[in-house]
Design a protein around this ligand. Structure first.
Ligand code: NAD
Ligand code: MG
Length: 404
């Protein structure tokens, strides 16, 4: 029996995790569930899986959550605040932590799980983008096992040899990591129309159903950029080791190319329950509820290179990755502000990359080698991005409003 803490239980990944967990009541029990605003769903989830604790991110939601728990006659204890998130993630009763909070706010609770030596199922890619070096060092020091949930990284993990030595591609005869991406909903839209796309269009991913922030990141391909950085840290790769390949059908989730000409790929329907089930049960295999692939029903597979004019964020992220951890921290923070501003109708779609570029150019990029320094840099970059969004605001807003 594995005891779980699910950070971000109410989100897309959190809900898919609970779906897999409910299929295997003899294998998993839930110690804690956490959420931000969807308190009703959180309590409903608690009714079904009877955790010891449920945690709301903000103190102001404590009373509402407590009264719903009492209404339903649940026995779980309600906690609130960021310290409580870290506390349940590091609790001695917990074996495995699903890190599925979206954005930089997931960093501290995820790191708490890493420091406590847990098996960490990592969906919260922003944590690695901000603090990859410290994160991986902490995992090594505590013995925490990091299992990737991001479908591409989970695929790469499955395609690497079992005895892969971190960062040593040559020893394993690996020549390239092929990181695949769909290209998002605007792959074929004329470039001249990209300025005018709406949040609803950007969130309508052709293959995957996801939270709003990662959906916008997929449309701009910042998501692939963040994944490029994530892959470097997870597997100890140099920038030159990774090639981004567009595969709009999202059936191949990434590949490893070997020096003898072999390419090993992981395939599956685009449903996050597959990597979640893989990581939950690793090294065993369990049913995930995902339909088997029917090769006779599949469309043709296609592969192309991403166009730089369409996806400026991908280029920014790769360059930031080469520049180092401070640049990736700045970029991640700027992007969170820019995506929120786009979703609120304050700026246009192509202005997301403009905000990110501006912040990279106007932020101090000196080495940040402690978590406090990283959090400080993240805050500074958010301020720079917010100020720049204010300056861009009216033109972006008008465009979005006209075409909403
Ligand atoms: P989501 O928006 O659906 O859910 C986010 C979760 O985080 C929710 O439970 C929410 O309550 C919680 N949260 C939000 N703000 C918070 C705060 N301030 N404090 C505490 N908790 C907070 O997002 P998602 O699509 O499930 O993505 C979660 C993470 O997984 C992201 O980092 C994303 O990049 C990554 N990921 C998602 C997918 C996917 O298919 N959805 C695939 C790969 C990676
Ligand atoms: Mg992914």
């Amino acid at each position: 029996m594995q005891t779980l803490c699910i950070l971000g239980a109410t989100g897309s990944i959190g809900q898919s995790t609970l779906d897999v967990v409910h299929r295997h009541p003899a294998k998993f029990s839930v110690f804690a569930l956490t959420a931000h605003k969807n308190i009703k769903l959180l309590v409903e989830q608690a009714r079904l899986c009877q955790p010891r604790y449920i945690v709301v991110a903000e103190q102001t939601d404590y009373s509402l959550c407590q009264s719903l728990v009492e209404q339903h006659g649940l026995s779980c204890e309600v906690l609130a605040g960021s310290d409580a998130l870290a506390q349940v993630a590091a609790a001695s009763e917990v074996d495995t932590v699903m890190a599925a909070i979206v954005g930089a706010v997931g960093l501290l609770p995820t790191l708490a799980a890493v420091h406590a030596g847990k098996k960490v199922l990592l969906a919260n890619k922003e944590a690695l983008v901000m603090s990859g070096e410290l994160f991986m060092q902490a995992a090594q020091a505590s013995g925490a096992q990091i299992l990737p949930i991001d479908s591409e990284h989970n695929a790469i993990f499955q395609c690497l040899p079992k005895d892969y030595a971190y960062g040593d591609l040559e020893r394993s005869g690996i020549s390239k990591i092929l990181l695949t991406g769909s290209g998002g909903p605007f792959l074929h839209l004329p470039l001249s129309q990209l300025d005018d796309v709406t949040p609803a269009q950007a969130c309508a991913h052709p293959n995957w159903s996801m939270g709003r922030k990662i959906s916008v990141d997929s449309a701009t391909m910042m998501n692939k950029g963040l994944e490029f950085i994530e892959a470097r840290w997870l597997f100890g790769l140099a920038s030159e080791d990774i090639q981004v390949v567009l595969h709009p059908q999202s059936i191949i989730h990434s590949m490893v190319q070997y020096c003898d000409g072999s390419v090993i790929a992981q395939l599956g329907n685009p449903d996050m329950r597959t990597p979640i089930a893989h990581a939950l049960a690793y090294p065993e295999r369990i049913d995930s509820g995902v339909a088997a692939l029917d090769f006779c029903q599949l469309a043709n597979f296609t592969f192309t290179q991403p166009e730089s004019a369409r996806y400026p964020n991908l280029h920014l992220a790769i360059e930031a990755s080469k520049a180092g951890q401070s640049a990736t921290t700045v970029l991640n923070a700027a992007n969170e502000i820019a995506v929120a501003a786009f979703l609120n109708g304050q700026i246009g779609f192509m202005q997301i990359a403009q905000v990110n570029d501006y912040c990279l150019q106007h932020s101090p990029l000196k080495a940040s080698d402690t978590i406090d320094a990283i959090i400080h840099l993240d805050k500074q970059s958010r301020e720079t991005a917010l100020a720049y969004v204010q300056r861009l605001g009216p033109s972006g807003h008008n465009k979005v409003a006209q075409h909403a």
